[in-house]
Structure formats: C-alpha cells, structure tokens
Design a protein around this ligand. Structure first.
Ligand code: NCD
Length: 360
C-alpha cells in the first residue's frame, strides 16, 4: 500500500509533482473541488493538534470528500488498550485514506503494515512529520524559487522536534545545502539524523548554541518550540524553555531576504513584533500546508499510485528479534506482540526500523 510515513517515501520527482499540483490548486481551486467526491479521510489523532488536523480536514473538504474523525486518544478505543494494528484494520474498512498522529515513534509504520488503505504520518512522537515538511517545502519554493544553494538554520528543540528531522531529510537531497544546527547541548539533533542522513550525503553542518552568532549567514531560519510534552523532567523544560527568543534586535542582524519559518504552535520563541516583518513566513506556511495536503491526498488516492510500494528498508539487511529497542517512546515498548526488527545501516550500526534508535 502506498503510504507516506517518512518524507523519503516520496522521491524528488514526486515532491515536484506535489508542488506543481499545489500551485495549480492555488490558481484554479474550482477544478479540484469534486476530485475526491465519495471518498473518506479518517483522521486518527491521538495527540493534541489544531493545525495539522484541521488542515487535513479542510484539505479533504476542499476536494469534495468527507472526513471521519476520532475525537482524541482518551475517547477512542486506544484508551481501552486497542493496538494500532487492530485500530487500523477496523478503520481501513470505513475510510479510503488515514491521517494518523500518535506520541509513539514508529506507530504510523505499524499502521501502514496493517492497513488496506494509504496511511499518512501526521507525526509519530519525536520522530517524523512528513506533511509539515511538505508545507515547509512549498513555502521555501514560493519564497526562494529553489531548494538549492541555501544555508538553513534550525533553531530550538532539535532533539524532539520531529518537523526538523523530516525537513533535514528532505533538504539533504538538494545541491549545495548547508545546515546550521542551533540548540542547547541537551537538545541536539539525534544521532540517527546525522549518521543516516547528513554524513552519508556529505551535507555540511555545524552545531552551535548561539543564534546571534550565526543569524547573519542564514537564508532560512526555522524556529521551533521546545517540546514540553516529550521531557521526562519538568524542571529541565523550565530551564530550557526560553533559551531562544527571536526578537527585533536579532532580526536586525539577519539578511534582507532571510525567510523565517516555524511549524507552529509558537510559545515564546518568536516575538509577536516579528509577525509584521516581511521575512516572517510562518503564517504563509500554514496555508501552504493545506494545499500540499490536498495534493498528497489526490496523489495517494490516484489508482495509478495506490498499489505501488515503497522500499522502506532501502535494501538494507534486516534482523529479527536479535535486539530489543531501548527507546522508551518506541511503539515496540507498548505493543508487545510486535517483532523487534533492526536494519543494518551504512555505518555498520543496527537501528530500529520503527523509530531509528541505534543499538548501543
Ligand atoms: C508541530 C508538531 O506537531 O510537531 N506542529 C505542527 O504540526 N504544526 C510542531 C510542534 O508541535 O511544535
């Protein structure tokens, strides 16, 4: 079944195709207003969400389709202990496509393996968030006209920020892209993103703690929220929560055409005074997200694509039940009947196929 769990499930040509469709939807919305007539999108959101869920639902309505939704984890059978596999098998017989968000890393992957209909990962814990990346890509394309020759600063919670992980994967496929990773040392980019995406693709990156020191070099500044819900220790969150605040003084050092992005919700990371700055693109990003989700739903429901599969292990050797994943947020920790599957990566380390955590 053709699903999107990781942004790398879509190749560059497919991303270009989605961008072209989204641009056409913006130009001629009427042409698309009945394309999904009679189709149903199920939104399974087991974690808080405003934008992503409404954006999926608005996307389906604007395509003339319908939406089935579960009001939240506490009101669904997940609260009675139903597994992701069973939930998805049931939903597959009611709907045509699923958008799913859960706090468990690898849950969307498990959903896809058990589904008869396409699954879109709308965020799995601190792991991936590919449709936010589609919103980011359309915004970068509309603002910069290219994905090449860009210095991209990612600032804030790079450890738990799933949007950051997916954006890095996507941008690593374009020429002459450099990353400046700005975070406190406690919230640095996870090892697997460096070892399986940045290093093998020879992408230059630097890790720094100060935003002021690097802001003048950036073409894109991607601010993120410190992900309170993923901290084990509340005092650690209190200590780190306001570590970066983008204000007028810092913006005065940025380039004239730096594009400031943020997946939202914003807490304190960007002063509201910046909203008026023409370099602030985060509200445009929200709108772009809806168009890209429309394009993605159309693409996945197209009969030509429905039966194509993605080689998610990318030809890596896999081993079964040799190791147990140590990541407390991995789906294998709560769904104990799942097999423990590890892939042997290019750097000779085994990583969990669900959440990408390496074997220590
Ligand atoms: C992001 C998410 O859920 O990861 N929000 C979103 O989808 N727009 C970012 C966040 O919650 O900080």
């Amino acid at each position: 079944m053709r699903s999107v769990i990781d942004i790398l499930d879509l190749n560059k040509e497919e991303i270009n195709g989605l961008i072209n469709t989204a641009l056409d939807i913006i130009k001629r919305p009427k042409k698309y207003s009945k394309k999904c007539k009679g189709k149903k999108l199920a939104t399974l959101f087991f974690e808080p969400s405003t934008r992503t869920r409404l954006s999926f639902e608005a996307a389906m309505y604007e395509l003339g389709g319908n939406v089935l939704s579960v009001p939240g984890a506490s009101l669904s059978s997940a609260a009675k202990g139903e597994s992701i596999a069973d939930t998805v098998k049931v939903v597959s017989s009611y709907a045509d496509i699923i958008a799913m968000r859960t706090p468990k890393e690898g849950a969307a992957f498990v959903a896809d393996k058990n589904s008869k209909i396409p699954v879109i990962n709308a965020g799995d814990g601190g792991h991936f968030h590919p449709t936010q990346t589609l919103a980011d890509l359309l915004t970068i394309y509309r603002e910069k006209g290219t994905f090449e020759n860009l210095t991209i600063g990612l600032c804030g919670d790079l450890k738990f920020g799933r949007t950051v992980h997916s954006l890095i994967s996507a941008m690593s496929r374009y020429k002459n892209v450099k990353f400046v990773l700005i975070s406190p040392k406690e919230l640095k980019l996870p090892e697997y993103v460096k070892s399986t995406v940045l290093i093998p693709n020879n992408i230059p990156f630097t890790e720094v703690e100060s935003l002021e020191d690097v802001i003048s070099s950036l073409d894109i500044l991607y601010m993120t929220r410190i992900q309170q819900e993923r901290f084990d220790n509340p005092s650690e969150y209190e200590r780190l929560k306001d570590v970066y605040i983008l204000d007028e003084e810092k913006m005065s050092k940025a380039k004239k055409d730096t594009c400031v992005l943020h997946p939202l919700p914003r807490v304190n990371e960007i002063s509201v005074k910046i909203d008026e700055d023409k370099r602030a693109c985060y509200f445009k990003q929200v709108e772009n997200g809806k168009y890209m989700r429309m394009a993605l739903i159309l693409y996945l429901l197209d009969k030509k694509n429905l039966q194509t599969n993605v080689n998610r292990f990318r030809d890596l050797e896999v081993v079964y039940n040799k190791y147990v994943c140590e990541n407390p947020s991995c789906i294998t920790r709560t769904e104990q009947e799942l097999e423990h599957v590890f892939k042997l990566c290019e750097d000779n380390k085994y990583r969990c196929v669900y959440c990408d955590k390496e074997v220590e």
